[in-house]
Design a protein around this ligand. Structure first.
Ligand SMILES: Nc1ncnc2c1ncn2[C@@H]1O[C@H](COP(=O)(O)OP(=O)(O)OP(=O)(O)O)[C@@H](O)[C@H]1O
Length: 242
C-alpha cells in the first residue's frame, strides 16, 4: 500500500529558530495517527506545513503520490486535506449551521450544489459532532469546547481524505471527550486522521501509531504500547529518565 502522505526533509525556520527540522514522515491510508510532544516541539508548525497554511523553508510534501509542496492551501483542501485551525476559522456572528454550510458549498461546487444537497451535508456533519440541536445558535455563543467540535464539523463538511485535528479535545468535558473518541473512530472509517493531542488517554485509545516530536524532530514513532515504554519519550516529557 502506498502512503497517503509523505514528507521528506521538511523544515521550517522562524528567524534563527528551526521549528521543524528535516522531518521524514509517512502516513498510511485509513490510519489514525497521533502527534504528541512537549510545548514548542513543532507539532502545529508541522501540520500547518502539511495543510499549506505556511510554507516550508526546505523539503517536500507528497500527498496521494503528487508533490503538493508548492500548492496553495485551498488547492490542498480540494485534493482532500482538511485542517481544523484552533478557533481561527469559526465565524462568531454566523449561525452554527452557516459556519458548516460554507465548507459544504466548497466541496459541492463541482457536483450538485442544490440547496438540499448542502443541507444534507451540513446536517450530517452537525449530527455526527452532536451539534444538530444548536444549529441555529450564533457560533460565538457556543462553549469553547463546542466551538472546537464545530471546527471538526466544518472539516467533515469538506469530506476530507485526510483530516488534521489540532488539539480538538481542548475545553471538552469528560463526557464529551468520550463522544469525541467515538466520533474520530467513525471518521476514520472513511478518512485518514492526523491528530495533535495532549490528552494522553485519548491518544492511547485512538492512535494506531504515535509520532513524538521534540525540538522540531521526530524523537520516536510506534504503537501506543511502544511509545508508552520508550525511555527517550518519558525523558522528553518528564525531564527524567525512568
Ligand atoms: N509564526 C511564528 N513565528 C515565530 N516563531 C514561531 C511561529 N510559530 C511557531 N513558532 C515557534 O516555533 C516553535 C514550534 O512551535 P509550534 O507551535 O509548532 O509547537 P507545538 O509543538 O505545536 O507547541 P504547543 O504544544 O505549545 O502547541 C516554538 O518555539 C514557537 O515559538
Amino acid at each position: 500500500m502506498m502512503p497517503l502522505l509523505t514528507t521528506k526533509g521538511l523544515s521550517r525556520d522562524f528567524g534563527g529558530l528551526r521549528a521543524v527540522d528535516r522531518v521524514d514522515f509517512s502516513l498510511m491510508p485509513g490510519e489514525i495517527r497521533a502527534v504528541i510532544g512537549p510545548n514548542g516541539a513543532g507539532k502545529t508548525t508541522f501540520v500547518s506545513l502539511v495543510s499549506g497554511r505556511i510554507q516550508p523553508s526546505a523539503g517536500m510534501i507528497v500527498f496521494d503520490g503528487a508533490d503538493i509542496t508548492n500548492l496553495p492551501a485551498y488547492v490542498r483542501v480540494r485534493r482532500g486535506i482538511a485542517y481544523t485551525f484552533q478557533l481561527t476559522s469559526v465565524y462568531a456572528n454566523l449561525s452554527v449551521y452557516a459556519n458548516v454550510a460554507l465548507p459544504a458549498q466548497l466541496t459541492l461546487r463541482h457536483g450538485s450544489h442544490s440547496r438540499s444537497a448542502i443541507q444534507a451535508a451540513v446536517m450530517t456533519a452537525l449530527e455526527r459532532t452532536g451539534l444538530a440541536d444548536r444549529a441555529h445558535m450564533p457560533a460565538g455563543q457556543l462553549s469553547y469546547g463546542h466551538q472546537r467540535l464545530l471546527e471538526v464539523a466544518m472539516g467533515l463538511a469538506l469530506k476530507p481524505r485526510l483530516l488534521i485535528l489540532d488539539e480538538p479535545t481542548q475545553g471538552l468535558a469528560d463526557s464529551e471527550i468520550d463522544n469525541f473518541v467515538t466520533l474520530v473512530r467513525e471518521i476514520a472509517k472513511n478518512a485518514t486522521v492526523l491528530l495533535i493531542e495532549h490528552n494522553m488517554p485519548v491518544v492511547m485509545q485512538l492512535a494506531d501509531r504515535i509520532t513524538v516530536f521534540n525540538a522540531g524532530k521526530i524523537l520516536a514513532e510506534g504503537t501506543p504500547e511502544a511509545i508508552r515504554e520508550n525511555a527517550a519519550v518519558q525523558e522528553a516529557y518528564l525531564g527524567t529518565a525512568p
